[in-house]
Write a protein that binds this ligand. Structure first.
Ligand SMILES: C[S@@+](CC[C@H](N)C(=O)[O-])C[C@H]1O[C@@H](n2cnc3c(N)ncnc32)[C@H](O)[C@@H]1O
Length: 436
């Protein structure tokens, strides 16, 4: 396909996402099925255009003076992708391209984006749903716009080296061809370099290091959350919201073959290919427990050294990867997640041993899902208090993370990671230990 055809396809996918309020991934998949002639390069380019257009949906609409999918795609190509007005006008002459530029479009695209946005409301400049602004301002204050801008950027590809099988140095050498570098914060992480907007990112699952279990794809923030949980050899661990098992696998590396990780999820479809990944990673300590007719966790009551609650949440910290979710989020969904979070925290208390710890994690940046849920849990469970989230880390990692520990209320500490501050997805981690 020529560039013009890709631009037209991106407009069609965005229109579909908007009209049917469906996830981008589904709309892209459908488009691919009905356009089998499109190659993988076409699909990547169309997907990138769609995601990048959505990242800055509100400011794009302001700049172009219309919320249309066409306007969003044109400004993304000319401006965010740095291709310019002339290249855009040329591409619009391709076969199957959208209609040529109107005079009004030309005028808007010719203006300075920053100047056009100078009078825009804060939520438009920050590309954030308006209803979330007061809550986020309470968390980030003066730094709010910077935080939200960083959530509009593309996320890097991060890998976690599986220390059951390899060292970071060995995998670094193995993946030198991809330009992998150590992640700045997580001790077992690697980060692939950013690619140009028009380029295809490397396909990690084709690498032997991935197929043979030496690396997993995992955001650095997620790696750090699992590390803070501090699983140690010989411990019994319940990963109560295990989903696809990203954190179970990371904790299995920390157990180094001794102990047990019981990985549970109330929706067993969320396991996906978890069993294959356990096998590939040589993570023999991981045991999947699916919900069944009987209580499949009954034998674990009060026996866990660690219960990890990687709670269901709005995912506001992952907007870099799922910009469509940002615009779909509604207040009733936030309320429902808060109820889920209270429930799952109470559930965790059933399994933790009297001396054990519950580690609460979300990939949300909202206080309602983080500090507020932990404060409410501490009220319901007075035998628990918050512990230093860095206590179980090696001193070098703890020192790197110290700037991200925030205290609130009566000096109670928790870790908050964000793209602007830490270069990771947004994560919140709190450790609830027994109040001795
Ligand atoms: C944030 S995701 C987990 C991601 C996963 N831990 C990882 O690292 O890849 C949250 C998961 O919690 C599950 N969940 C929701 N409510 C639950 C409950 N009451 N008990 C157990 N799991 C629950 C959801 O099905 C979802 O898979």
């Amino acid at each position: 396909m020529k560039t013009g055809g890709r631009l037209q396809a991106a407009i069609e996918v965005l229109d579909d996402v908007e009209a049917r309020r469906r996830p981008v991934a589904d709309a892209l998949k459908d488009w691919g099925l009905s356009h089998r002639f499109a190659g993988s390069g076409d699909r990547t380019a169309i997907g990138s255009l769609v995601y990048d257009a959505l990242r800055r949906k509100a400011s794009n609409a302001w700049v172009m003076d219309t919320p249309s999918a066409r306007a969003a795609v044109l400004v993304t190509f000319a401006d965010a992708w740095g291709q310019g007005l002339d290249a855009l006008a040329l591409a619009l002459g391709d076969p199957h391209a959208p209609a040529p530029l109107t005079a009004a479009e030309r005028a808007r695209l010719g203006e300075n984006r920053e100047a056009l946005l100078a009078d825009a409301p804060a939520h438009v400049r920050a590309d954030c749903p308006e209803w979330l602004m007061p809550s986020l301002a309470g968390v980030y204050g003066e730094g709010l716009e910077r935080e939200l801008q960083a959530l509009c950027d593309r996320a890097p590809v991060d890998l976690r080296v599986n220390t059951l099988m390899a060292t970071r140095e060995a995998v670094l050498a193995e993946l030198a061809g991809l330009g992998a570098r150590p992640t700045p914060l997580a001790p077992h992480g690697l980060r692939l370099p950013d690619v140009a907007p028009t380029a295809r990112p490397p396909h990690v699952p084709s690498e032997a290091a991935y197929q043979e279990g030496r690396v997993e794809i995992q955001d650095e923030g997620s790696q750090l959350a699992a590390l803070i949980a501090g699983a140690r050899s010989g411990e019994n661990v319940l990963d109560l919201c295990a989903g696809g098992g990203g954190k179970s696998l990371a904790m299995a590396a920390d157990l180094a073959g001794r102990g047990r990780i019981f990985a549970y999820d109330s929706d067993k479809r969320r396991f996906g290919d978890f069993r294959d990944r356990v096998r590939r990673a040589g993570a023999d300590t991981v045991e999947l427990r699916a919900p069944g007719v009987a209580d499949s966790l009954a034998d674990l009551e009060e026996g866990m050294d660690l219960v990890l609650v990687d709670a269901p949440c709005t995912g506001t910290g992952t907007w870099r990867r799922r910009p469509d979710a940002k615009w779909r989020l509604r207040p009733n969904a936030l309320d429902a997640r808060m109820r889920d979070q209270d429930l799952v925290l109470d559930e965790a208390m059933r399994f933790v041993a009297p001396h054990g710890r519950v580690v609460y994690v979300t990939c949300s940046i909202l206080a309602e899902e983080n500090e507020d849920r932990v404060a409410a849990a501490l009220e319901r469970h007075p035998g628990r208090r918050l512990a230093d989230p860095l206590a179980r880390l090696d001193p070098a990692t703890a020192a790197r993370l110290a700037p991200f520990v925030r205290t609130w209320g009566h000096g109670t500490p928790a870790l908050r990671l964000t793209p602007a501050g830490a270069g990771t997805d947004g994560f919140f981690v709190a450790v609830l230990e027994a109040d001795r």
